[in-house]
Design a protein. Structure first.
Length: 598
């Protein structure tokens, strides 16, 4: 028996050692401390077909991104010409290239791994390189465009570049460590242990790769391994609010020095921290401990994602079992090209927020950074009390379903046909309130059977479209536009939400394009008006921008906007549909999205 036990133990040890041996000691996650407050990384690389599909999509958006960088450079030309020159040089690296050719030319490995994480709150980015020398050449070209070299320093045999930003008390650290690019924002006077760990000269006692937190998260939430991210608020908030984090402390000290120069108040006085800050930050974080996200499906035809917001047990349970009687909130009903349903159970929300306001009133915050929350929750409690007044206190939710949408240059709003549904526990009371506010509705007497009743001629004239009203025992529905009367009864009979369901949205690719065209039309109108207003013959005074500068900026902004809409419309042409859903389960809020491509 003992020999069998030893044999089993030996076997398990061998399995454990084999598993450990498969971990790459130089993977980006091997450098991430297990207690990092935030991390985003890929746990596996994409297959070739999916990578190429995503690159093709990114290439469609590239002209828009370049135009935005050039517009930013135009804005900065007067205030910071060096920065403007650097941004233009960076944008020029993309011209005439695809994302893939840019990466190849500059040594970035598109089949590699990456990790963005916090050394404390200091952000660190590690990206695997295919050609470290090519990346060094890319940085050198940017330095030439900037007009000066970044400072250089060495720790042992590891060199790095640095740029100090005195106004914020921070520095950019940039290095090639082995076959990885390392970039970090650190305190300007970063301690040597922090620098050594960021550069990978010293390893964390336990890494995120050893800890397996992201791997477990992906398994528990159904995230694919191509992208997983988490923000641990129980770690992050106390660091930010207490000022104990080196990066946060450096930024606060720089701001305090600036304030002291203006007011004469000693820096030490401005930096005094209350001992209550850390525990009160932990108190907040206990209510919303973490958030995480990741793709759940990613291929040439699908881009599905999920976002999770963890909540304290009492908050989650207050809504996870709540069933909201809003037609259309549930799945399986008739879906319009644009269809948005939002649960607004005012009675339950009022009880919840009133309880939160009472809790803060009973134990107010004393940390200077958090004391404003006391007034905020007090006002929230007052608002919650007022929300109990009917008919608003009886509201359950809102649904907007659009069947058509068309842009009109002469109107500030688009023309549309569709339905608006108000879920309520008292439809008759809501209708009566509406009739008091709009006397033209006083003659309407819809039956509670869902049968549509035409609105009076005066109302139709105001809307510019035929319109109908229908009601049943759980909602009022308004249909606007030809043919909407035939859809109203079915709309009121669409499924309500399941327990915990809070929102649902559907958007067809065609309707997405219609929205973009309307937005582009309005953007063009605003740009034309702004350009007209910027025309001036007044002379330049004390270095202010000239009419020529303003004209150049307007042209750059117009080019950026045009390129951005062109990229968005090219992307929308590939979209078949976008769906999203939000619900509350026993762990917290879950938001899922599904994008299907043609």
């Amino acid at each position: 028996m003992q020999s069998r036990t030893r044999f089993i133990a030996l076997g398990l040890a061998c399995v454990a050692l084999a598993a450990c041996s498969h971990k790459d000691k130089n993977a980006p996650l091997a450098f991430v401390p297990a207690d990092t407050p935030y991390a985003v990384a890929n746990l596996a690389v994409l297959d070739d077909d999916t990578r190429q599909a995503l690159l093709a999509q990114a290439d469609l958006q590239l002209p828009s991104q370049v135009a935005q960088m050039e517009a930013f450079a135009a804005r900065e030309q007067v205030n910071d010409p060096d920065a403007a020159r650097l941004v233009r040089a960076f944008a020029a690296e993309f011209k005439g290239k695809t994302i893939e050719s840019f990466a190849q030319a500059n040594g970035l490995d598109l089949k590699g791994r990456f990790a963005l994480y916090g050394e404390g709150m200091a952000p660190v980015l590690r990206i695997e390189l295919s050609n470290p020398q090519a990346f060094d050449g890319f940085v050198g070209r940017l330095e030439t465009a900037y007009g000066k070299k970044l400072d250089t320093a060495t720790i042992g045999t590891q060199g790095y570049r640095r740029q100090v930003f005195a106004a914020s008390g921070t520095q950019l650290v940039l290095a090639v460590a082995g076959k990885q690019m390392v970039a970090a924002i650190l305190p300007a006077d970063a301690a040597m242990p922090l620098l050594r760990q960021v550069l990978g000269l010293d390893r964390p006692a336990k890494s995120l790769q050893d800890d397996g937190r992201l791997t477990a998260l992906a398994r528990d939430k159904g995230y694919a391994k191509w992208l997983v991210g988490q923000l641990d608020l129980t770690r992050a908030l106390p660091l930010v609010v207490s000022g104990n984090d080196p990066l946060i402390a450096a930024i606060e000290k720089a701001h305090a020095s600036t304030e002291s120069a203006k007011t004469g108040e000693p820096v030490a006085n401005l930096l005094k921290a209350s001992p209550s800050c850390a525990p009160e930050a932990s108190r907040i974080a206990a209510r919303v401990p973490s958030m995480s996200f990741g793709y759940t499906r990613l291929d040439a035809k699908h881009q599905d994602g999920r976002f999770d917001l963890a909540l304290a047990d009492d908050i989650a349970k207050a809504f996870s079992g709540l069933k909201v009687e809003l037609p259309g909130l549930g799945s399986g009903g008739n879906t319009a090209p644009f269809d948005l349903s939002i649960a607004l159970p005012v009675t339950d929300l009022r009880k919840f927020w009133s309880a939160q306001a009472d809790a803060v009133a009973a134990k107010p915050f004393t940390c200077p950074m958090l004391v404003d929350l006391n007034d905020g929750f007090a006002k929230l409690g007052e608002t919650a009390s007022k929300a109990a007044i009917p008919p608003f206190g009886n509201l359950l939710g809102l649904r907007i379903a659009l069947d058509t949408l068309s842009a009109d240059k002469t109107s500030s709003l688009p023309d549309f046909t569709g339905r608006i549904v108000l879920g309520t526990s008292d439809p008759a009371g809501l209708l009566a309130t509406g009739q008091m506010m709009v006397p033209a509705l006083a003659t309407l007497k819809p039956a509670a059977t869902g049968a549509p009743v035409a609105l009076p001629k005066d109302m139709i004239a105001m809307l510019g479209e035929p319109a109908w009203l229908a009601t049943d025992d759980k909602a009022l529905a308004l249909g606007i536009g030809a043919g909407e009367d035939a859809r109203l009864t079915g709309t009121l009979h669409d499924p309500s939400g399941e327990p915990g369901q809070m929102a649902r949205m559907h958007l067809s690719g065609a309707m997405y394009l219609d929205w973009l065209k309307f937005m582009e039309m309005k953007s063009d109108s605003l740009a034309a008006a702004a350009a007209e207003m910027s025309k001036s013959d007044e002379p330049t005074i004390n270095g202010e921008t000239t009419p020529a500068d303003e004209a150049a900026q307007a042209a750059a902004d117009a080019a950026r906007s045009k390129a951005q809409f062109a990229a968005m419309e090219a992307q929308a042409q590939r979209v078949d549909s976008i769906d999203a859903e939000m619900h509350v389960d026993d762990s917290g809020i879950v938001i899922t999205s599904q994008t299907t491509l043609k």
